[in-house]
Design a protein around this ligand. Structure first.
Ligand SMILES: Cc1cc2nc3c(=O)[nH]c(=O)nc-3n(C[C@H](O)[C@H](O)[C@H](O)COP(=O)(O)OP(=O)(O)OC[C@H]3O[C@@H](n4cnc5c(N)ncnc54)[C@H](O)[C@@H]3O)c2cc1C
Length: 501
């Protein structure tokens, strides 16, 4: 390459700045100019405050230590998502943990108990009791073990999204990314139909060889300019709106996101160091925005408070192609699966990493575009299925919303097949291998969901004598003793953060 490769990133939300950092890092050895343009007036979506463990790898790749970014973004650790009320009983909950090395010791027992329970025998199947995350969350312990603890622990984070964008902006600038403020007024194309330049309202023109569309739901480059069609997921993910409110920080500093059912959707609780993020995700078909805000305020005891609520609409689905000609969409511009499993930034990161790999492998051409697009489409669809399954299995009877979700038969072949195997008391591990979908959600995750929702037959009236004699298989395995002893190696998150100050 004689001339530097000119990459223009449109949009400075979390997606834009993650892309700027990762591309500057990955392409550091080639002549490259990366410019990011963002509008001061349009602003960012300002939500997206829970991650998966993939984000840990993001910071490791960039060689940014936790003590450098976490305090700056009011970040806390996250080991679980706790689902409250989804099975129909308001007091019932289960957690979906991030799986750590030591969980391989208990995974098998969990599968055995889940199968035993499916055969009608009364055994322990609450996921939290089989995995380290459940024990850490119960005691508000940070997932950072003492020095001699021999297992690596998986975890994600909660953080302030504005602060994270700001932190990543400063880091990208240090890596050589140029930052421009301006409102893109039009997008120019060449005779080949590729994007040639962006023109701003103030007359600035930005030329580039490759363009990354991070303009959020507006998808100014990929959808609006290159006319790439959008595939909606609204036939099986009904939610299209959210109302968001902040409350003070929780004193004991939990290490899990909570997701609690509401009359027509669900509400997240994300604990940060300085505040708690709350948001009610619902469908406007079933609930208008005023009622949604009232219900959220009521739940948070904020009916008499003048703290302002923010209302957002969401476009749930994905672009038919994520990379077209010389344009890649990243973040909300490429698609969004509603936030129940907090997978959006995970997808942002995977999109950039995979793109960088294929782009470099194809010598900075479109050679692997099709390959990349098929992989991304498949990834979105399989993550969608896992989230759809939450709604399909809900046990709530208090509104039409929940009934319609349960009765919805618009399910993919992949999901139907998984449910069929479970109901027939078959082997979910084998089914996931057969479908080759374990890289999206593992067999352990699927077991958590299906056992967490208690998708089980009635308990047999006569339990075999041998089982009664054995007592609870779970107790016999002494897993809880093992995990409780392990948890002695961890400190409370609050203590860890207070002592670090
Ligand atoms: C209700 C809700 C909850 C969510 N929760 C989670 C979660 O828990 N975990 C998670 O991982 N994700 C979550 N997400 C998704 C997450 O918020 C986004 O994936 C993430 O913030 C990235 O957004 P973005 O950068 O793509 O878009 P945005 O933040 O919208 O940024 C768009 C950027 O484009 C710029 N722009 C737009 N138009 C122009 C123009 N004409 N000229 C110049 N600049 C322009 C804007 O100025 C802005 O900088 C949630 C989303 C929603 C809606």
């Amino acid at each position: 390459m004689n001339q530097p490769l000119r990459i223009v990133i449109a949009g400075g939300g979390t997606a834009g700045w993650m892309a700027a950092n990762l591309l500057a890092h990955r392409f550091a050895t080639i002549p490259i100019d990366i410019t990011l343009i963002e509008s001061k007036d349009i602003g960012t979506i300002g939500v997206g405050e829970g991650s998966t463990p993939t984000l840990k790898r993001f910071f490791q790749t960039l060689d940014i230590a936790e003590h450098q970014w976490m305090p700056a973004c009011h970040a806390t650790y996250k080991v679980n998502i706790k689902f409250n009320g989804w099975s129909g009983d308001d007091n019932a909950s289960y957690s979906h943990p991030f799986f750590s090395q030591l969980d391989v010791h208990s995974e098998r027992s969990f599968y055995v108990n889940a199968l035993t329970r499916r055969l009608g025998l009364d055994v322990e199947t609450t996921p939290d009791r089989f995995f380290m995350g459940g024990y850490l969350a119960k005691k508000n312990l940070a997932p950072i073990p003492s020095h001699n603890f021999p297992f690596a622990i998986e975890y994600g984070y909660h953080f302030d999204s504005h602060k994270l964008s700001e932190f990543l902006k400063q880091h990208a600038k240090r890596l050589g990314v140029e930052h421009i403020e301006g409102d893109i007024a039009s997008v120019g194309t060449s005779v080949s139909g590729a994007i040639s330049h962006l023109t701003c309202k103030d007359g600035q023109v930005l030329k580039g060889d490759f363009f990354i569309d991070c303009t959020g739901f507006s998808s100014l480059l990929l959808q609006k300019t290159l006319n790439v069609p959008f595939t909606s997921f609204s036939n099986n993910l009904f939610n299209d709106s959210a109302v968001v409110l902040a409350t003070p920080a929780i004193d004991h500093m939990p290490v899990e996101t909570e997701s609690s059912t509401m009359s027509n959707g669900w509400c997240w609780q994300i604990p940060l160091r300085n505040r708690t993020g709350n948001g009610y995700v619902y469908s406007q078909q079933y609930q208008d925005k005023d009622k949604a805000e009232y219900e959220l305020r009521n739940k948070l005891n904020l009916l008499d408070s003048d703290v302002e609520a923010r209302h957002l609409t969401m476009r749930v689905g994905q672009c038919e192609q994520h990379w077209v000609k010389n344009c890649l969409a990243v973040g909300l511009s490429q698609g969004f699966i509603e936030p129940l499993e907090a997978t959006a930034l995970h997808l942002v990161q995977i999109t950039i990493e995979q793109f960088a790999t294929y782009y470099a492998k194809g010598n900075y051409t479109e050679k692997y575009q099709q390959h990349f697009n098929s992989a991304m489409t498949e990834r979105f669809e399989r993550i969608r299925d896992y989230i759809v399954c939450h709604y399909k299995l809900n046990g709530r009877t208090d509104s039409q919303y929940w009934t319609d979700n349960r009765e919805n038969m618009q399910l993919s072949e992949s999901l139907l097949s998984l449910l069929d195997v479970w109901y027939r008391k078959g082997d979910i591990v084998q089914e996931i291998k057969r479908q080759d979908i374990g890289k999206h959600f593992s067999a352990a995750s699927w077991h958590c969901l299906l056992a967490g929702y208690r998708v089980f037959p009635e308990i047999a009236q006569h339990q075999p004598a041998s089982l009664e004699e054995q007592g609870d298989l779970f107790e016999e395995n002494k897993l809880s003793t093992f995990f409780n002893r392990c948890s002695l190696n961890f400190e409370k998150q609050k203590t860890l953060f207070t002592s670090a100050v």
